[in-house]
Design a protein around this ligand. Structure first.
Ligand code: NCD
Length: 306
């Protein structure tokens, strides 16, 4: 049985196979409409979510399966004190595969260790978010035709942003990747990622605080939200929240084929005036999330279509 807990659970070759499957799904939706007939996906969301949960549900429904689950800890037995380990044992009897999001780092790993069905980590605290990474990879691949040989700017909350941590882990495996890490000094990429991932792979990267200064060299700009729920005090958050605002003026500094991604939800970090720029691809990215999750569900359940 296979789980997806970290972006490294799939090798580069397996990731490519999954992205190719997602591309085929996008082109031939009807071919996949009954792959999961009679199967169930459980979505266990102990933390808020719109895109991740609904794109998982949409993915399973598009494959012919059905979905069950909860969308907040308050509406589950966690509110009565049940452990993740007990919840997952029980869910294993009710469904064929599950996606779990939880505020505690490592929770998906605990769930997988007790589960009888494949577990997908849909975000564990400030740690990892591997299905967002697959979504990001599919988006970049569909725009650029490759995943290597580019300069990727990561901007915003690089300390608490789990999508950033997972994306760095995944991208360092491709040749010719360079990073520009743009954040307030307080929200830099954690040391363990800088040392164990970037330095360990000999990746070229620069850390800076000013977004304008980075714009012209970027091939991809990955904007992120300041992660309010992970701050220890509200004052700190309020001081940081408008640190970066990508607007039309800054977009003028970028290349013609520089694309803007954002895992969403956005708060103030991308001005709505940027939405009309053809290089703004964050809504396309949200759509890619459904195809990649369809491909993932099929892969983890070992299902194929002739
Ligand atoms: C991200 C997350 O939950 O980490 N959202 C998402 O899944 N698309 C990003 C965020 O909340 O800022």
């Amino acid at each position: 049985m296979r789980h997806l807990l970290s972006p490294l659970d799939f090798s580069v070759e397996e990731t490519q196979k999954l992205l190719d499957l997602a591309c085929d799904i996008e082109k031939n939706r009807s071919k996949y409409a009954h792959v999961c007939d009679g199967m169930k996906l459980a979505t266990l969301f102990f933390e808020p979510s719109t895109r991740t949960r609904l794109s998982f549900e949409s993915a399973m429904l598009s494959l012919g399966g059905s979905v069950l689950g909860f969308s907040s800890a308050d509406s589950s037995s966690a509110a009565k004190g049940e452990s993740v380990a007990d919840t997952i044992r029980m869910i294993s009897c009710y469904s064929d595969i599950c996606a779990i999001r939880h505020p505690k780092e490592g929770s998906a790993f605990v769930a997988a260790s007790k589960s009888l069905i494949p577990v997908i980590n849909a975000g564990d605290g400030g740690h990892q978010h591997p299905t967002q990474t697959l979504t990001d990879l599919l988006t970049i691949y569909s725009l650029k035709g490759e995943l290597g040989n580019m300069t990727v700017g990561l901007c915003g909350d690089l300390k608490f942003g789990r999508t950033v941590h997972s994306l760095i882990h995944a991208l360092v495996r491709y040749p010719g990747i360079k990073f520009v890490l743009i954040s307030p000094p307080e929200l830099r990429v954690p040391d363990y990622i800088r040392e164990d991932v970037l330095d360990a792979h000999g990746i070229e990267y620069r850390e800076m605080t000013n977004l304008e200064d980075a714009m012209e060299e970027l091939d991809i700009l990955y904007m992120t939200r300041i992660q309010r729920e992970r701050f220890f005090n509200e004052e700190e958050y309020l001081r940081m929240k408008d640190y970066y605002v990508l607007d039309k003026e800054k977009m003028k500094l970028a290349k013609e084929d520089m694309y803007v991604l954002h895992p969403l939800p956005r708060v103030n970090e991308i001005s709505v005036e940027v939405d009309d720029d053809p290089r703004a691809k964050y809504f396309r990215q949200a759509q890619c999330g459904v195809y990649v999750r369809m491909a993932l569900i099929m892969t983890l359940l070992g299902l194929e279509v002739e």
